[in-house]
Design a protein around this ligand. Structure first.
Ligand code: SOE
Length: 376
């Protein structure tokens, strides 16, 4: 079986996924064969250049003309474009991979998830950090009860690409196009990782209530080319407090204006028996404190029996950010070939979106907000 794949979006995420698809036959030969069939975008010259570099057969400038003509549809466009093309693909019975956050609005995320449930085909939401070997390892430690009962969860995702007030306006700084700023772009990842790690751990559970604070520090930015100033309508940074269903408490923060933190995603979890820490900037390592030790030990998660490592290099030959996309694509395409569900699906995307929406509501109302039941 060869799956014809159509991808909307050919910039950052388009390149990350095209690279992953190209690596699959070499490193995950058991996954179904994939044909990089059609690349979708609007700027014909840039699209053609990307097509030849990323190894696609053809291009399309209108997603409507191809969305029902592929075996799998990847929606890697700006957030506001996630809903309509994805729903059209699902209505045609085509499995869909959507980048995160699932949509620009909670209403769109709900409509996408509803369409996915009616279609009954596999879907994916691009929470690629679930596919870091050290994160899988951490989840097993927590599930095996090595940390005891979970008490405190801390997650932060800091970047600095908007520190400079002259950094240009883009769809990512516009509420209509992106939904939110640091909250949706970075917080979606943190919320998902927290749910993945402690969602079914003793003491942890689901995020039940939140208190949030969003802030925009630079309220207008120059439009590239024209120099005209345009309003920034999303948050530059956010903080949130969490209360979990089974007793744990937590704090989250995200920023795109944190000087010196280029892509610094860190999770810390404390339980009654021990603690662990993970930093994306040192993604091959896991810091673990066990009761028998006086301090943290740093475990290198690069042994051949560690998650995914046997597909790559001999033990100790570290993996990187791009490998997470290979791992998530291998699992998703296998689910597509088998007709089984994939996790994280649109349900997980919607669950994260509900938490984000409650954080925003809390900021607007100045109150703690309940999070509707999460089932993804
Ligand atoms: C930009 O802030 C960004 O590319 C996010 O959109 C990604 O999801 C994250 O993985 C890296 O940073």
């Amino acid at each position: 079986m060869t799956l014809d794949v159509g991808i909307l979006g050919y910039r950052f995420m388009g390149r990350a996924h095209a690279n992953a698809l190209a690596r699959l036959p070499m490193f995950f030969p058991e996954t179904p064969a994939v044909n990089r069939d059609v690349l979708i975008g609007r700027d014909e010259a840039a699209l053609e250049d990307a097509r030849s570099r990323l190894g696609f057969d053809r291009t399309a400038t209108d997603w409507r003309s191809v969305v029902d003509d592929v075996d799998v549809f990847y929606n890697l466009g700006p957030n506001f474009l996630h809903a309509e093309p994805s729903i059209a693909a699902l209505e045609a019975g085509v499995p869909v991979f959507s980048e995160k956050p699932l949509a620009a609005t909670l209403a769109d995320a709900e409509a996408m998830t509803e369409a996915a449930r009616s279609a009954g085909v596999p879907t994916a939401c691009g929470f690629n950090y679930r596919f870091v070997p050290a994160i899988r390892y951490a989840r097993e430690l927590i599930r095996d009860g090595e940390l005891g009962e979970i008490r405190t969860v801390r997650g932060r995702y800091l970047q600095d690409w908007l520190v400079d007030p002259e950094a240009p306006w883009s769809w990512r700084t516009d509420a209509e196009l992106a939904g939110s700023g640091a909250l949706g772009d970075l917080g979606a990842h943190t919320v998902d990782l927290v749910r993945f790690l402690v969602g079914d751990a003793p003491g942890g559970g689901e995020i039940d209530r939140v208190s949030g604070h969003l802030r925009t520090a630079v309220d207008e930015r120059p439009v590239e080319g024209s120099g005209e100033m345009r309003s920034v309508t999303v948050d530059d940074d956010y903080t949130a407090q969490l209360a979990f269903t089974d007793g744990a408490i937590g704090v989250l923060e995200g920023s795109r204006i944190a000087p010196g933190h280029t892509n610094d995603h860190r999770i810390e979890i404390h339980g009654s028996e021990g603690s662990l820490g993970f930093s994306l900037e040192r993604l091959n390592e896991l810091e673990v404190l066990r009761p028998e030790n006086r301090g943290f030990e740093t475990i290198l998660v690069t042994d051949e029996d560690d998650p995914y490592v046997d597909h790559w290099w001999p033990p100790g030959h570290v993996l990187g950010w791009e490998h997470t996309f290979v791992h998530e694509n291998a699992a998703f395409l296998q689910a597509v070939a088998d007709g089984t569900s994939f996790d994280p699906s649109f349900d997980a995307g919607l669950a994260a979106q509900r938490v984000l929406a409650s954080i925003e509501a809390s900021d607007e109302r100045g109150t703690w907000e309940p999070v509707p039941e999460l089932d993804g």
